[in-house]
Design a protein around this ligand. Structure first.
Ligand code: C2E
Ligand code: MG
Ligand code: MG
Ligand code: MG
Length: 270
């Protein structure tokens, strides 16, 4: 059992632990070997700009195809990977693969496309995290400005001093930073002004409930703080057109495309 990187964040994880222990243990055993067995895959969801009428980003979403158990969704194994610290090597694998895929996404969609990679708090607290990911970028010949790192609100408020410092380093290296699932956590508005971030990803629960004045207020606030906004979970034309009218910077969701392997990505239907 890998005892490495999970330690610092264990108490954070524990609070969210709600999966069956036996199933977890089985996943844990199999996860240890999943990288070498080449059981991971990245699927992508495109991020579309209604103003520029082009694809501006693609979020990498991890999939685990267990030889003996079929496709396992991230909510079933990311928590296990975080608890065991296995998310650290898995996370480096994800970044490297996303960088390799970026070269093709760029020629297929747009020169300026950014690939978005989810980063767990456990990874962020690795002392050599910044160094290691810069090494990977160099090896894969991808400039940091082509990558947006997505962190959830709970990640950035936990240990905010250290996290803020690391985010600052990443940003000076050229990475963009996005606050994922915005609106579901506990970050205060004043905290937003302190965080070195570029983008807010509004959680899909706000899109599903489509309160126009609330969304409009969020977009105005983000604009005042110089933050870009990506709406997550946009599923239909009505939601898309309202967000477009509100001048939302990026649209992501089943309306644009369901997560798919790079080879299976369809043209954007808007
Ligand atoms: P997330 O980063 O917020 O990713 C968006 C999730 O919403 C994805 O779920 C995506 O499939 C789903 N989604 C996107 N559009 C729609 C829509 O229109 N309607 C609905 N109902 N759902 C939509 P997925 O792929 O199951 O990933 C779940 C979470 O797992 C991600 O949430 C992210 O927090 C985590 N995750 C995924 N890949 C990685 C990874 O490589 N590393 C880490 N640390 N976490 C990851
Ligand atoms: Mg994300
Ligand atoms: Mg999200
Ligand atoms: Mg999420």
């Amino acid at each position: 059992r890998a005892k490495g990187a999970g330690r610092k964040s264990f108490h954070v994880y524990e609070a969210n632990f709600k999966y069956d222990h036996v199933e977890n243990f089985i996943h844990e055993l199999a996860l240890v070997r999943a990288i070498e067995e080449e059981e991971f895959e990245l699927h992508y969801q495109l991020i579309y700009s209604p103003q520029q009428e082009k694809v501006i980003g693609a979020e990498a979403l991890l999939r685990w195809k267990r030889a003996d158990a079929g496709m396992i969704q991230p909510c079933q194994f990311i928590p296990v990977a975080e608890e065991t610290g296995l998310i650290v090597p898995i996370g480096y694998w994800v970044l490297r693969k996303a960088c390799q895929d970026w070269h093709r996404l760029k020629s297929r969609y747009d020169e300026g496309i950014q690939v978005a990679v989810n980063i767990s708090s456990v990874q962020l607290s690795e002392p050599d995290f910044v160094e290691r990911i810069l090494e990977i970028m160099k090896e894969e010949r991808v400039p940091p400005h082509a990558v947006e790192l997505e962190l959830t609100e709970s990640t950035v408020i936990h240990d905010s001093q250290g996290v803020r410092q690391t985010l600052g380093l990443l940003r000076s290296a050229g990475f963009s930073i996005a606050l994922d699932d915005f609106g579901t956590g506990y970050s205060s508005l004043s905290m937003l002004t302190l965080l070195p971030i570029d983008t807010l990803k509004i959680d899909r629960s706000f899109i599903a409930n489509m309160n126009e004045s609330l969304l409009s207020a969020m977009l105005v606030m983000a604009g005042a703080l110089n933050l870009k906004v990506i709406a997550e979970g946009v599923e239909d034309a009505e939601q898309y057109h309202m967000l477009k009218a509100l001048d939302c910077w990026g649209i992501q969701g089943y309306y644009i495309n369901k997560p798919a392997a790079q080879d299976a990505l369809q043209p954007v239907p808007v």
